[in-house]
Ligand binder design. Structure first.
Ligand code: CUA
Length: 663
């Protein structure tokens, strides 16, 4: 083949890729060496001495011994810089299991990744309590099967799936108010809202002018805006212009009104945007970014040693919008936040660009709002930004408050409220616990602030400690959302579950304790926790909360009403163990609207209604009404049956739809 290739002095792009992949393989080969487990099941064999990890932990003062062993045993997996696990929680770890009949103390909300759903998980038991369909359809919840939710999905773009990444709880005064959960769809550039009274999705916004909303957060301390980061740069507007001119592509930062779920404004930036968080004063939104090169391939995107965090001055952007300093694109005011825009050339730039190493991933703002923590991804450091200095100093160097060296592949940082930060290390497959104040006082690249490293299994992305996104984290438990589970569970074919690992985190410096592995269906990205007292879920529906114009159908209201030459309205109540009408007759070709009210007042008695041949399954909670509209296009007899096991006569809970041939 080589002899057929014309000689050229141009570098061969394939060779660049090969070299890059070889480097990556070398790195990963080191990482893929066996990683010790933090339990008794893996032992160290050293000079005939068989010591379990627990033995090492139990022996007080053996941390130094363990460190010494690490240097010459298979404990060292990545680059020789690793420390062994050195958990010693003084036997203070409480049981994470919740006895039968008792309740978890915290709600966890997991994003479901490309399943498109939110999962509700109890903490500390890690029991999955419920799933909330958001961007996906779901028969068990009747979501995408009744008129209201079908319209919601259609208005949200009509896609059949989403890639949901970052769940965020609405805040009032810096704490969760229990009203809403919001989440982004990276795939289709959408943002959805879940009503936490009913644990149901009630709004989906298809964000204009962006492909991929990746970073997403709510504004602190009060959720007056939702912020979404457009990750993939595209022409603006993306209408066929500038197809192969990447230097003309744009990434946009989007502000959304959480009540109306409509876009307020967008800001165009240089480079791209990745993760975002806000300060605790309603002033700054701080976004990481990894492609300042504005390249379209991996070697181009990772070429430079510096990228730029973008800090958005929200009140000043609002002023620019109010003053008409924007271009309207697809109905949205788009403000120019590029470095050379007039709005950024003034003494009070609307977007500040802070150089940060290298292709950084996360931004998380600490609980007291002093610092934003930017994990280096391709740099083994976390850069701490002094948020107050964003306003007081024009020198980007003054904004950097600290830069500890935490380990390989830092992605996300979480907080326990006791002055500690915990950073996930994707390549090292570890979590690094470190001292925030010590990192401010230490030199750049110092490892001295590191208190403890703990192996996780394997390759963590997000980590979250309890209520870490509030101004008053609860500490105690931390979840590491590990992308790979490899050997931790029974094999289930080549696609493995993720592994969500629960840690107890105590008050002390070395206090992490792994307590449980939990397989997670592919693939959660992030989670957020709220104490159960902060939520007030309804036990039954309040008909005044119905979405849309739906009646409450009593047994007396049940019946068939012909509403037009080719339309009928069937109304039916549902209670144990019968529908309000045992059968109903329509004509071939009729548009049938079935309105079903569950008149039960007893919590947890759900009635369903499967309408075979029309792809419909309603799930109707007590006091709720659902509606489905379809065309009865084939004559015949069709049983409508209850799909929720509601009583001993559940199988008998049926109605017949008789579709009479039209002459
Ligand atoms: Cu109603 Cu089963």
């Amino acid at each position: 083949m080589a002899s057929d290739t014309p000689r050229t002095d141009e570098p061969d792009p394939n060779a660049v890729v090969d070299r890059y992949e070889q480097q990556l393989d070398d790195l990963l080969a080191e990482v893929d060496e066996p990683t010790p487990r933090a339990d008794d099941s893996i032992t160290l064999e050293l000079a005939g001495l068989e010591l379990s990890r627990r033995d090492l932990m139990k022996a007080g003062g053996t941390v130094g011994l363990a460190t010494g062993l690490a240097g010459c045993s298979t404990w060292v997996g990545g680059g020789g810089s690793r420390q062994p696990t050195s958990s010693s929680n003084d036997g203070q770890t409480p049981a994470h299991t919740v006895p039968p009949g008792e309740l978890d103390e915290y709600y966890g909300f997991w994003s479901g990744g490309h399943s498109g759903e939110i999962r509700v998980v109890g903490i500390p038991s890690m029991r999955e309590l419920m799933r909330i369909p958001v961007f996906n359809t779901e028969g068990a919840r009747g979501y995408g099967h009744d008129d209201t939710t079908s319209e919601l999905l259609a208005e949200g773009g009509g896609y059949s799936w989403g890639d949901n990444h970052h769940p965020a709880l609405s805040e009032t005064g810096g704490d969760y108010d229990g009203e809403y959960l919001f989440v982004n769809d990276k795939a289709n550039g959408r943002i959805a809202r879940v009503d936490l009274t009913y644990f149901e999705t009630d709004a989906i916004l298809d964000v204009p002018n962006v492909q991929a909303v990746h970073g997403f957060c709510v504004q602190s301390p009060d959720t007056e805006y939702l912020f979404g980061n457009g990750e993939f740069r595209t022409p603006l507007p993306n209408d066929g212009r500038a197809l192969d001119s990447p230097d003309e592509y744009a990434s946009l930062f989007t502000a959304v009104d959480p009540e109306s779920m409509s876009v307020e404004w967008q800001v165009r930036v240089d480079g791209n945007l990745d993760i975002v968080d806000t300060d605790k004063d309603g002033r700054w939104a701080i976004a990481s970014a990894y492609n300042s090169e504005e390249a379209t391939d991996v070697q181009g995107m990772t070429h430079d040693d510096r990228d730029f965090v973008k800090a958005f001055d929200v009140p000043r952007i609002q002023q620019a919008v109010d003053a008409g300093n924007y271009e309207e694109i697809n109905g949205v005011p788009v403000v120019d936040g590029r470095r050379d825009s007039p709005l950024n050339q003034s003494d009070t730039p609307i977007v500040r660009y802070i150089p940060t190493p290298k292709s950084p991933h996360c931004v998380e703002v600490g609980p007291n709002g002093d610092y934003a923590f930017v994990a280096g991804k391709l740099s083994p450091t976390v850069t701490m930004l002094d948020i107050a200095a964003l306003d007081t100093s024009s020198d980007p160097d003054d904004v950097v408050a600290g830069r500890p060296k935490v380990g390989l592949g830092p992605l996300h940082t979480t907080f326990d409220g006791n002055g500690h930060a915990y950073t996930s290390l994707f390549i090292d497959s570890q979590v690094a616990k470190w001292d925030i104040q010590a990192a401010v006082e230490a030199d750049t690249n110092s490892t001295e602030p590191i208190l403890e490293k703990y192996d996780v299994h394997y390759n963590p992305g997000h980590i979250q400690a309890l209520e870490a996104m509030t101004t008053d984290p609860a500490g105690e438990w931390l979840v590491s959302l590990n992308k790979l589970s490899k050997d931790r569970f029974l094999d289930v074919g080549p696609i493995h579950p993720d592994n969500d690992q629960l840690f107890h985190i105590g008050q002390g410096e070395k206090s992490m304790e792994l307590v449980a592995d939990h397989p997670a269906y592919p693939e959660p990205h992030d989670c957020v926790f709220a104490h159960r007292d902060k939520l007030s879920p309804a036990k039954t529906w309040d008909p005044s909360d119905y979405k849309g114009d739906k009646p409450f159908v009593t047994p007396a209201d049940s019946g068939v009403e012909r509403t037009g030459e080719r339309s009928v309205h069937v109304r039916a109540s549902a209670m144990r163990s019968e529908y309000g009408i045992p059968d109903f007759q329509v004509k071939e070709g009729d548009e049938v609207t079935l309105t079903l009210t569950n008149i039960e007042e007893v919590p947890d008695i759900i009635h369903g209604a499967a309408i075979p041949a029309h792809d419909i399954n309603l799930a109707v909670a007590p006091q709720d009404t659902r509606q489905a509209t379809f065309t009865a296009d084939e004559p015949g007899v069709y049983w409508v049956y209850c799909t929720y096991f509601c009583s001993a006569l559940h199988l008998e809970m049926r109605s017949r739809m008789l579709v009479e041939p039209r002459e």
